[in-house]
Ligand binder design. Sequence first.
Ligand code: SAM
Length: 234
Amino acid sequence: MTDSERSSSPDFSPLAVGEDLTPLPEYKAAGTTAVDFSGLLREPIKLHEDLKTGCGGQLWPAGMVLAKHMLRYHREQLAEARILELGAGSGLVGLAVARGCTIRQPLYITDQVEMEPLMQHNIALNELQSKVKALVLNWGEALPQEILELRPNTILAADCVYFEPAFPLLLQTLRELTSLCPEATIFFCFKKRRRADMHFLAKARKTFNVTEIEDEDRPVFSRESLFLYTFRRK
Ligand SMILES: C[S@@+](CC[C@H](N)C(=O)[O-])C[C@H]1O[C@@H](n2cnc3c(N)ncnc32)[C@H](O)[C@@H]1O
């Protein structure tokens, strides 16, 4: 199997242009970037980006927005949280939270098996092994034992809406996670690229109370068709 066949989204190409609105991010060569989220992190996180195992191998705009939101508004509120990130890709959001927010127990960054080496690499690059664990979690499949035991009450998902056939799988996983912990808060940020992306939200509203949340950057990111919500189980 070639790398492109193993990509998480068979019709996805970082060079592709959405059917309407905005183009997807430009293809980037592999490399390491330091990110301080406009000064919100005193010590930047380093992220190796590499698209050879899938589109999650680069930083995505909703990941930047969600990471900044967590650093700006949840720095001290997550001390007792049980945190899980879905579709973590390079680990952008989870690593930022682990570096900048007070957390007392390790958080889990998860993605498909192809992304596991990059997640592990970036955890080690930032010496965050005691605070961040990488796990394979495929949407729509049985939850890993560690996650069943964790019963996460804080779920992070950035730029996980971009491939329509995966929408029901992601919703199934969100429903299963919130059955484990009905009081969980899902922080959900995505960029609207295609008309169908709004169908995801319509479906989510059947199970969750979907609330657009305050953020001082909203005037900027909403101009780029980025949306930031919390989902809570109805
Ligand atoms: C667009 S990337 C976003 C990466 C990261 N959250 C960010 O903001 O930079 C979407 C991620 O979702 C993951 N993904 C796609 N389908 C998935 C599935 N069925 N199960 C688990 N992860 C999936 C991809 O591998 C990819 O890393």
